[in-house]
Structures are given as structure tokens and as C-alpha cells.
Design a protein around this ligand. Sequence first.
Ligand code: ADP
Length: 540
Amino acid sequence: MAKRFIRISLGVKFRLLFGLALLGVIAAALVVPWYFIEVLSEQSLEGPARELTRLRLNEWKTLHAKAPTSKDAQDAGSRIFRLYRLGKETEGLTGPSFLALNPTDPIQGLDNPARKAWKVFDKTPDLDITWRKTKNDLGKPVYRCFRAVRNTPDCAMCHSPADPTKTVKPRFFPGQLVAMIDVTLSEDAAAGTLMLWTRLAFIIGGVLAGVLAMVIFSLISHRLILRPVRKLRELADKVAEGDQSVRSTLRTGDELERLGESFNEMLSAIQDQHNKLRAANRALDLKLNELGEANVALYEANQVKTEFLANISHELRTPLNSIIGFADLLCESEEEKIARFGRNISTAAKNLLSLINDMLDLAKIEAGRATVRFDKISAADTCRTLLALMHPIADKKNIELIDEIDKDLPIVVTDGGKLQQILYNLLNNAIKFTPPGGKVTLQARLVSPNNGDDPTELRLAVADTGPGISESDQTHIFEKFYQADGTLTRETGGAGLGLAICKELSNLLQARLVLDSEPGHGATFTLYLPLQPEQEESLK
Ligand code: ADP
């Protein structure tokens, strides 16, 4: 939207527009009477003009009848009027008061007003008088009054074209325009002054009416519109400053009062909403506090649980190790039954120990007590050592353990023990859940996370040809105590903590652990391990 540079107040706008409109209205109202006054003043001339020209005509007629061509006849009017007359016999009788007109081109030699008057008379046979407003030699306004002189039966007595005995030339046809009397009438000073005063009165009246209308309009608009609008604006300003308790008190009994009432209703609604919002906020704050307290309580309970687990696990491990030791001794007994009992005790105790170890590990991680020691290690060596460790277990189950470890793997900065623990759990699971005759592969190679130029991650994948994991189980598989297939896990043992530990440990190593599996086509657990962890020094 175009930026507005000029801000005009409502009052100024009102006055400006109303003033302009008023000017137009007054001008329109005055133009008609003004015109009629002009017409009337001109019409008032007709009487004197007619009378004067009639007198002059008669005067000249008398003289002309007495001595048609005498010098006296011409001179008679020289001081008081001018005569334009058709006919050659007047040649030689020139002067300011007399002009002989050429019958073939009578207007030749006439000045402008006379020329126009002749044309008008010529065109309009009924018209006998006309006048033109003009200026005399001194520049004063004067009226030139013209009277037509047409051929009458009196004239025909001497100038008849039909009767050759009438020898006076020229001969005129009946009604023909034969001459024109021109009388100059100076504007009556009194009449001129009256006209001036009339015009002045018109102007003053118009101006007075305009000023009065403006004053009245200003008062009315100020009282009826501007003052209430200003009050409403002050109200809105107060609301904008945050005071919502103000209300409109306009009592104008019109739309503005209704506007004020609407404004009040709106304010009440806003205040209502505001109060509700404040109450809701307070309730929310309370809930947040409660939630915060519950969270703290939960955290503390979790800490207690974790500590309890850590302590109890520790206390359980010592007697369990003794039990395993004694059970192993029993296994060596020569009596088959005792040896079998010994093996059973040893297996159960080892499972229990493994569970306790897992719980202890998890409890430590969750309590934030797991220490991570980043060190430079050879990932290839770690992988091969693990494969060597797992070989006997795999062989026992007739599972082929495949080594796909790249030869030129670089040195990695990570916690070797934790990496080993993750890979051990994954390999152990793969062997555990793959049926005899299957394959377990350990892949290790360098990759770039976003297919960039420099590889910055190590991709360590444990793939098997086991039963795989269903899609619904995949979403929960990293949760604590979650076991996918009941029958399978019942056969293989375990408590569902291995993968949860793997996930937590990979987080500590800033690595990502992902599962890719299709039921019936094995499972692949892949660990993306950074070659160099970020902010290594801040990690414990
Ligand atoms: P545990 O093996 O002790 O039960 P884990 O957390 O290691 O606990 O594994 C959780 C569950 O995930 C297992 O019970 C098993 O159902 C499933 N699982 C893990 N690894 C595999 C795998 N390689 N193939 C098929 N299922 C697996």
C-alpha cells in the first residue's frame, strides 16, 4: 500500500470539503440572478434607446422631406446621431454623422458594431432596434443603439421603383432596409453605480452566507461529530495504553452513542477473555508446578530405583560367583546325576549373573554413572578379536561366521570397551536367534554420512540369516525387557536388556544403531560410529 505522508484531521477535512462544496453551491445559486440582473439592466435600456432613436429618425425625416439632399438635412443629425444611408446621390455629403452605403455591399466601410447591427436588421425584417455595449474613445462603457430605417409608403412617394415619374433615386422596394440610425448612449452614472452596488451586494451576500454557513457547520459538526469522535479516540488511546477499565459515556442519542456502546461491549468482552486467560494461565502455572514437582519426584524415585538396582546387583554378584564356582566343581563329579545337577545350577547361575550384569550396566548408564573413555583404537582389531571370541559359540551351533572387515580401516577415537560390548551383544543375539546351518556376518567399512566426499563414519553391521523381526516389533525392540518372539526367546533365554544396553551405549559413543529386518530373511543391526566424536573433552 502507498505510504501516506499527509495526515489531515477529520475537522480540517470537513471544513475543507464543506467549504469547497459551499463555494460551488453559492456560485451556482448566484449565477442565475446575476445573469438576469445583467439581462434586466440591458432591457431597461430599450425604452430610452427606442425613444431617442425615434426622435432622431423623425427629426431627420422632417428635414429630409423638406430638402432631401440639402446639407442642412445631413448636418441636422451630425451632432447627435450618425446615419448610414444607401444611395449614390448622397456622394460628397460626407462627415462623421453621415455615411453613404454602397447598395451592392452596404456593410463595407462600417465599424464592427454597426456592421453586426446591419446584418441583424437585414436578416430580421421585424426587428427595428438593437444595441451593443462597447467602449468610447475615452474607454468608458457606452451603448450604441441602432434603429433600422425601412422603405415605407411615405418613402415610396419619391423613391418608388414602379413609378418612373418619381425621379428621385435610388429607388427602393417596399420594406427594404435603406438606412440605419446610430445613437450613442452613455451609461447613466447612477444606473452604473446601482449596478455596481447590486453586484457588490451579490458578492457580499454570497460571502456572508458562505462564512455564516461555515461557522454554523463548524459548530454543528464540532458538537455532533468531532467532539464525540475525539472522546472515542481518547478512550481507544487509553485502552491501547492498557487501561481496560475505561468506558464510553457518550450520550448523543445517535449512531455515535451506539458506537460507544458497542465499544463498551467489546471492552467488556475483551476484559472477560482477559480474565479467563489469566485464570487459565494461573491454572496452567499450577499444573506446571505440579508437573515439575511430579517430575522431580519421579526423577528421585528413578534415582533411588537405579541406586537400589546398582547396590543389589553388586550384592548379588558375589554370592552368585561362589555358586557358579561350586556348581562347576559339582560338574566335575564322577557321579552323573550330581554332575548334571551341577551343570544345571551353573547354567542358571550364569544366566542370573548375566542378567544382573545387564541390569547393573543399564542402571549405571541411566544414573549417569557410566564413564566413557575415548581413546584411539583399531576398529579392525576390535572386530577380529570379537569374531575370534564368538567362533566357538558359532561352531557349537553350526553357524558360519563370516568376516567382511575392510583391510584399510583407520584408527577410531572411541571407547573400545563399550564398542566391544555393543558388538558382542549384537553378535551374541545373531548367533542365538539364527538356526543351525545359518550365517552371521560382521561387516566393517568406512562411509560418508551424507554421501559426502570424506568418510567420517565407520559402518559396523551384524547381519544374520535368522527369523528376522516383524515390523511391529521393530519399533519396540530397543526398549528395556522387550522380547519379540516369546517361543524363541523362551528357548534361548535372556531378559530383553541386551539391545536396550546397546542403544544406550551407542548414544554414549555418539553413534547411531539401526535395525533393518524382514521377517523370514534375517536381521541386520548397523552401528554408525563417528571416527572422531564431537566435544570429546566434555564427555566423562
Ligand atoms: P534378549 O536377547 O536377552 O532377550 P535383547 O534385548 O538382546 O534381549 O533382544 C530383545 C529381543 O529382540 C529378543 O528377545 C529377540 O526377540 C529379538 N532379537 C534380538 N536380536 C535378534 C536377531 N538377531 N534376530 C531375531 N530376533 C532378535
